[in-house]
Structure formats: C-alpha cells, structure tokens
Design a protein around this ligand. Sequence first.
Ligand code: ZN
Length: 414
Amino acid sequence: MSKSIVFLADGMADDPLPELGGLSPLEHVSTPNMDKIARMGASGTFLTLPEPFPTSSDVANLSVLGYNLAECYPGRGPLEAAAIGIELGENDIAFRCNLVTAKDGILEDYSAGHIKSEKSVRIFEDLQKKFGCGKVSFHPGVSYRNIIVLHGREFSDSVNYHKPDSSQGEPLSSLRLSPADQSDSSACTVSFLESLCAECADFLAKHPLNKDCENPANMIWPWSPGKKPRLPAFKDKYCGIRGAVISAVDVIFGIAKCASMTQIRVPGATGFIDTNYEGKAEAAVRALEDHDFVFLHVEAIDECSHMGDLALKLKAISDFDSRIVGPVLKALDGKDVTFAILPDHPVPVHLKKHTRTPVPFAIWGRHIKRDSLDSYSERLAPAGGLGFLKGDQFMKKVFNLPGSEVPAIKSPQG
Ligand SMILES: [Zn+2]
C-alpha cells in the first residue's frame, strides 16, 4: 500500500470576496503546490461538520480522520485534557477553558490577545492555587487554550455553552451557560461554574500580569465539556495503518492520543503565523519513514480568519503552500506517496467563525483517477471527479480501502 500524507489547512476555505474581485482567498493567492495535487489527482467536497455536532475544529478533524461522531465524539475539553496528560476519572468532567478579554460587558477577544504561554501558564497556576480544590482543578495548556476539570458525581457535561471564537462582540449577558437538561447535576454544574467564573474575574482584574495590558486575560470561559474519551485506535480502524500527527495545538494532539497515533511536536510550532513551517514539513517527511500515514495540521490560517484579517489570511495561505506543501512534495518527489489537501472547515473572514459548508479537497495518488481540474479551490472542487463524501469516505479514498467507492453525487455546495 502507498504511504500517504494529509495536509490539513485549518480554517482555509472561505467565500468569494468583493475586495478580491469575487475570488476567494484560496483562489486569489498563488498556490502552485496545492494546485499540483488537484491537477495530478482529483477533487471533491467533504462534509466535516454535520448536524447536530458543534461547528468546532475537534469535530471537523475527527470527521477528516473518519471517526463516527455519533458513537465517539467526547467534547473538546476531554480531547485537550488527554493532550496535556490529564487522566480523567469516571466522575470527572473536563471543559476547554479559554482566557478571554471582556470590556464594557462585551466579549472582546476570545484569545486575550493571543496571550503568550509564559503568561497564561502563570495565570492558570495562580488560579489553581487560589481556587483549586476537591471539586475543581485548573490545568494550563498553550496560550489561551486551557482546561478545567470538575470532580464529582454532582456534576454533568450536559451544559449549553457559547463557543468563544464565535461570540466575539456579543454582550456577556447573552452568552451565559445554561443547563442542557432537567437534571439536578446539570443545574448544579451551571451554578457552580457561574460563581467560579465571577470569582475568577474578580481575581484576574487585579492580577499583576494583566496590568497595562491591551487585551487583559480578565475572564475564564469554560466550554465543550465531556467525560473520558473512548475512541477506537486508528490502526484498528484502518487495517493496521500506522499514523502520526504533527500539529501545534492540543486539541489535535488530544485526538492523536485518544486514537493511539504518534504525536510529533516540532520545536517552534506555535499555531500561528510565526510557526516553524519548515520544521513541520521536515518532520512530516521524516515521520513517513516509519509510519504509513502522516496528518500534517497547520493552525495559522484559522487564527487569521477568526481575527477577520484578510491580508494575514492571504499570507498564511501562501506560506502554507510554499513552506509546507511545496517542500514535502519536493522531498518525496518520485516516491509512491498519496497526497491529500483539505481544510477541516471554512472560516469566512467576513464572518470570523466556522461554517458547515462542505470543504474542498484534492487527492493525488497512484489509485486516484485524474479529473480535468487544474487547480484547487472552493469553486472548482464540487465539479471534481471524487464527488461529495462524508463519514469515513475521505479517509478510505486516501487509503484506497473498500467503502471509498461511493457514487459520485453532486455536492450540495455546487
Ligand atoms: Zn479548525
């Protein structure tokens, strides 16, 4: 069987933009390497964010890897908890917990100005010292992406929450947690978290690291709770295929850990536009020596899209093509490797949030019948030879496994 690499450009897909003459960012930027994958292979569209699951990157990346969400979606909190080595007990509920900036009763910034880890780790350690107890613990992650765990039978993961990156600019009064069912445990969890958040806000308002800060980390924001994850191992799911995951962000490593895939951390990988692109590309080529499959995830484009910064998004797409995809294609030139490119979900810059629109993908491999498309884009992919895929069909198509031969139906996008 061929070896394979999936290039995952988080949040890359977008809409046609008037300021780009009706082109999408992906169409506007010169991307010869992604275009090569489309030209040498075939394109299609893939549903990564099906209803009723949240429009979150963990859902989208689990979809790309072909996991059955209805059977095994654990919530983002538990996946990121796994990534940072937190072993959840049977009565533990893990929440992803952002450090955010609130101003004048509005959620101003979901990332507290992309707070540096040196600061966020100290703040989370201080929160643990002040508020950590038998019922709650605070665990620092990377930058604004942290974890809290509630301990005890009285708590539930049945809580309605607002995704902070989808709620910027909205009044805090409209973004409160609420019980998702009638149970006592659901109500108890919401009331416990509401008081905890209020106490933390008072504490953070006076925290020395927030002094003279343009985007102070003045609130914690718990969301996407869940219990200990139970995912089948990737290699058991796909005929023994040994997979490795390269990323900078905990949620992707959490998926890797829960799927028993190798996690490769590259020095200088930041999850932003200053990431070590070259290091990640080299790591992917190296990982393919002793793995069958590499999932190479890059977060930067997603972050630029959430910021609504079109110029930065264009640069991040260009960097992704020239500094990730290009060097990997070059290093593996002439080898029997299947290459696939896709985003996990769109983040249109004018919306600054994820949408459920199926994503464009392209696959180039020995087993893929070339179609007539000569470039990779949202506009062209729906007319590609691989049609509209969902569930585990994308991954099976990459691996050329039975079950990938789906009738090519027209994408709902096209
Ligand atoms: Zn994403």
